[in-house]
Design a protein around this ligand. Structure first.
Ligand code: LLP
Length: 407
């Protein structure tokens, strides 16, 4: 299921490092598998493109029939450029501005609103419109406190107990609430949280409260293992329970509604690899420090969330294990991909593969210290191709200078 050492090596040789490589077949399989796990005739997968907005990944998913979860006008524009029809895009903004609201509404993309005041402003400006309403599921789960979105200490969604206020605004502006939404968090640790969030949303989604519903959207958060021995969630059993709960709900609602999920990590995390070259080995009184030609602006998850990313030494897989700090090339002490990690002996020039780098790695990247982002490549049907080139230093600097001279 993973790309082989040879395939990754070839990619590094062909396009240089640092380089992100994506396994298209794996993304394809992940998408298809969801339809095996969750049996529902009106199941729609809205891939959370914030996880990875690679134009080629979007193209692949568009061809498979996927829909999209978008979070900014830029996302929407990108989705449209990638060829997604408007009815396959949902817009879930956070703290959106008036201008953003107008810009997106003009495209015809359905808006998912998670604040009472925004719903009111939307109603005033676009009375009689179709809209989706985001509730806070009041369930706390996720792989980092920074990405748990349920509960009243977070900024997300309208509290469940405020359902009457939602109804009042909808009635005042004749809004047609066609969907309800919740997102509990990223990397949900317990399947029970998925079920509980569903139940909480379904409890407010009665026909009395919202007679025009077409779908319920239960967000993303499907976890994938990051540590080598981490257990994989039993998605078959989880899917069965999801279907059972939703069929029961639809029976009482009196209509077969659409069931939407918005996975990001699940769809792309395991398909991605960041290949880096070790260019410096230092022995600091016995502490071995391996310095690479990439850094935290290019893969920030370890620094930001203390996230574990498995690392393989592609050049010397059978070498004797030693403990290393795997550092980047940024002028900060905290610039580490891994601390005190056991790896087969590393020599200068070796290529390391930082794994599970498909989700929230490139997309959260930046050019701190003025190093361009890595190139991106994809392996599809066994064929390797470059899907995004690396900017040259000159192009990056010219872009900044150009932007600064336009005043
Ligand atoms: N739907 C909504 C409304 C979301 O806010 C998110 C993620 C998703 C779906 C997709 O969640 P996923 O299936 O990918 O867990 N940067 C963090 C994750 C942030 C998630 C933000 N929202 C990380 O690298 O762990």
């Amino acid at each position: 299921m993973s790309l082989s050492r040879e395939q990754l090596f070839k990619a590094a040789e062909q396009y240089g490092t640092p380089l992100f490589v994506y396994d298209a077949d794996r993304i394809h399989n992940c998408y298809q598998a969801l339809f095996d796990f969750i049996k529902w005739p009106k199941l729609k997968i809205h891939y959370a493109m914030k996880a990875n907005y690679s134009y080629h990944i979007l193209g692949l998913l568009k061809d498979l029939g996927s829909s999209l979860d978008t979070v900014s006008p830029g996302d929407v524009l990108m989705a449209l450029k990638a060829g997604f029809p408007v009815d396959r895009i949902l817009f879930t903004a956070n703290n959106m501005t008036e201008t953003e609201m107008i810009e997106v509404q003009k495209t015809g993309v359905l808006m998912n609103i998670g604040e009472l005041s925004r719903l009111e402003k939307f109603g005033k400006m676009f009375p009689g419109s179709r809209v989706c309403v985001r509730f806070n599921p009041d369930v706390k789960d996720g792989d980092s406190a920074k990405t748990m979105t349920g509960g009243d200490l977070t900024k997300f969604g309208i509290l469940l107990k405020e359902v009457d206020k939602v109804k009042a605004i909808a009635a005042e502006y004749k809004l047609k609430v066609v969907g309800l939404h919740e997102h509990t968090g990223s990397g949900l640790q317990h399947t029970e949280s998925v079920f509980q969030s569903m139940k909480n949303l379904m409890a407010v989604g009665t026909r009395e409260n919202f007679p025009d519903l077409e779908f319920l959207d239960f967000g993303g958060g499907f976890k994938v293992p990051y540590q080598p021995n981490e257990k994989r969630i039993d998605y078959v059993s989880m899917g069965k329970e999801i279907t059972r709960l939703f069929s029961e709900y639809c029976r009482s609602y009196g209509k077969e509604l659409g069931m939407y999920f918005e996975p990001g990590k699940y769809m792309v995390a395991e398909s991605g690899y960041l290949l880096v070259t070790v260019n410096t080995i230092k022995d600091n009184n016995g502490r071995l420090i391996a310095g690479c030609n990439s850094g935290f602006p290019q893969l920030i998850r370890p620094v930001l969330y203390n996230a574990y990313h498995h690392i393989r030494n592609l050049s010397n897989p059978e070498g004797a294990e030693k403990l290393y700090d795997i550092c980047g090339n940024i002028c900060e002490t905290g610039d580490l991909f891994a601390e005190q990690r056991e790896l087969p002996e590393i020599h200068e020039g070796d290529i390391l593969s930082i794994e599970n780098a498909g989700a929230y790695c490139y997309s959260m990247g930046g050019v701190y210290n003025l190093r361009p982002m890595p190139a991106e490549a994809m392996v599809k049907n066994g064929k390797l191709e470059l899907t995004r080139r690396r900017l040259t230093n000159e192009e990056l600097v010219d872009m900044i200078v150009g932007e600064s001279q336009c005043l």
